[in-house]
Design a protein around this ligand. Structure first.
Ligand code: NAD
Length: 478
């Protein structure tokens, strides 16, 4: 059952938007509307920040152990209601139910992980080098936060921000993507059941994110913005954050290289490629975007991925056995077509798929294309669609140069059985995350984030909570 959603969650109450307007949320597998959400503007954003600011002092004083227990209850309830969450994710984001269940498990894990981190927020104490005093370093919550999430992993991306913010003692205004707001709306009830006090988490849904951002980011009570989404929007928010010198965390776009060296286990590389490319129909910031395969293996690799792709079943996420759901919108289908057309005019060859699948819904056939020039749009842009684009290399130097030749640096994948090469790659690849002989790196216990234009800051791991803490250094004179 879809959550009640035509209201905003502000100060522990469901309130209508000031505009009294709503917007439709549609199922990407059919294009049909499935729910209505309240359409917030700047007035609602300010009301949500009022609630977050009012709740901030009391929440920051709740003992870490008590915050941890609340987070643990959130984890338990999400796990208990996993089927319900998975159904809502599939309804609004389109992904196959099996993938939605994996997302629920991954998203819930952030609440468990940060329930364990909350009591471990530690400081530092020691003599200064001159021996004339003691240095004390203590941590406090940064204060009210603005958390903005994308549509592609509606639970996990929200959990990755809300859980560490709660663990650190921060209050917040959460703005989910307008394409997939229902999962966050459902999460509100879980947070309330677990004992998160009124006003600590506030959720505003809107089709006008700029109005919400303008109201919040020009308000000096806001102290932090954490954003997951595209690099152009991230840049705008970084610029806006200058006005009140906000702390910022930016999880932005990627253009992941996937390297297959001549000493790779080919079957494992094909298996990893299928996961890294086709999870969520390629709509992941971690999706492998550019496959660089050693020329001695390229044809065998291509033949094997073509066979694997031809076995994939395309359809609505609710249909058993489907592994390729719809893209999020018709615009995404058009974008995929445009990128492929450019590659073809530059000499790329379609080896499987290559075109949209007739609707209703926004479907595109899983596609393999080889002989892709590195300067094609397909290799330079985030594809965000089910296209596996292959190019070749002959030496490690060539592979590393090709992998690094992008403005992004979120994640890279490499298949090799040479342990020395694997260690060299850690230093040589310009990336925030690296998967060696694996096609998935996401993990609540590890710091997720990128270099270069892929972002600032880290989510998850012991690093994740630090994004929501400020330090105070005290010198006590002897
Ligand atoms: P997007 O930038 O269009 O939207 C992301 C969010 O920003 C949405 O909630 C949207 O409503 C909001 N937004 C748009 N304009 C805004 C503004 N002026 N102020 C505040 N919010 C605004 O991105 P998307 O299409 O939803 O998601 C895809 C992008 O997200 C891809 O580039 C992908 O790589 C990236 N992404 C990155 C990560 C990561 O962890 N690095 C994870 C998932 C997605």
């Amino acid at each position: 059952m879809l959550p009640r959603s035509s209201k905003l969650w502000i100060g522990g109450e469901w309130l209508p938007a000031a505009t009294e307007q709503t917007f439709e949320v549609c199922d990407p597998a059919t294009g049909a509307p499935i729910a209505e959400c309240a359409n917030a503007d700047g007035r609602d954003a300010t009301a949500a920040l009022d609630a977050a600011a009012d709740a901030a002092a009391a929440w920051s004083q709740v003992p870490a152990r008590a915050r941890a227990e609340i987070l643990r209850r959130v984890y338990d309830e999400i796990v208990a209601r996993a089927d319900e969450f998975a159904a809502v994710i599939t309804a609004e984001a389109g992904k196959p139910l099996s993938e939605s269940r994996s997302e629920v498990a991954y998203g819930a894990e952030f609440f468990r992980w940060f329930s364990e981190e909350a009591p471990r927020i530690a400081g530092r104490y020691g003599p200064n080098p001159e021996g004339t005093g003691e240095v004390i370093v203590s941590h406090r919550p940064v204060g009210p936060c603005y958390l903005v999430t994308p549509w592609n992993f509606p639970l996990a991306m929200a959990a990755r921000k809300i859980a560490p913010a709660l663990a650190a003692g921060c209050t917040m205004v959460v703005k989910p993507a307008d394409l997939t707001p229902l999962t966050t709306v459902l999460l509100c009830s879980v947070l309330a059941n677990a004992g998160v006090p009124a006003g600590v988490v506030n959720v505003v849904t809107t089709t006008n994110p700029a109005a919400v951002s303008d109201a919040l980011m020009s308000d000096p009570r806001l102290r932090k913005v954490s954003f997951t989404g595209s690099t152009p929007v991230g840049r705008q928010l970084i610029a806006q954050s200058a006005q009140h010198v906000l702390r910022t965390s930016m999880e932005l776009g990627g253009n992941a290289p996937f390297l297959v060296f001549e000493d790779a286990d080919l079957d494992a590389a094909v298996e990893g490629a299928m996961i890294a490319k086709f999870r969520n129909v390629g709509q992941a910031c971690t999706a492998a975007n550019r496959f660089f395969v050693h020329s001695s293996l390229a044809e065998r690799f291509t033949t094997q991925v073509v066979a694997a792709v031809e076995a994939l079943k395309v359809g609505a996420g609710t249909v058993p056995g489907v592994s390729i759901g719809p893209l999020i919108s018709d615009r995404a289908v058009e974008n995929t077509e445009k990128l492929l057309a450019d590659a073809r005019t530059r000499g790329a060859r379609i080896r499987a798929g290559g075109s949209p699948v007739e609707g209703p819904g926004s479907f595109f056939a899983p596609t393999v294309v080889d002989n892709v020039p590195v300067d094609s749009e397909l290799m330079r842009n985030e594809i965000f669609g089910p296209v596996l684009a292959i190019s070749t290399f002959d030496t490690e130097d060539e592979a590393v140069a090709a992998a690094n030749s992008t403005e992004y640096g979120l994640v890279a994948y490499a298949y090799t059985r040479d342990i020395k090469r694997a260690h060299r790659l850690i230093n040589r690849l310009e990336t925030g995350m690296l998967g060696i002989n694996t096609g998935v790196v996401s993990n609540a216990a590890a710091p997720f984030g990128g270099l270069k234009n892929s972002g600032l800051g880290r989510e998850g791991g012991v690093e994740g909570i630090a994004e929501y803490l400020s330090s105070t250094y005290t010198l006590v004179s002897r």
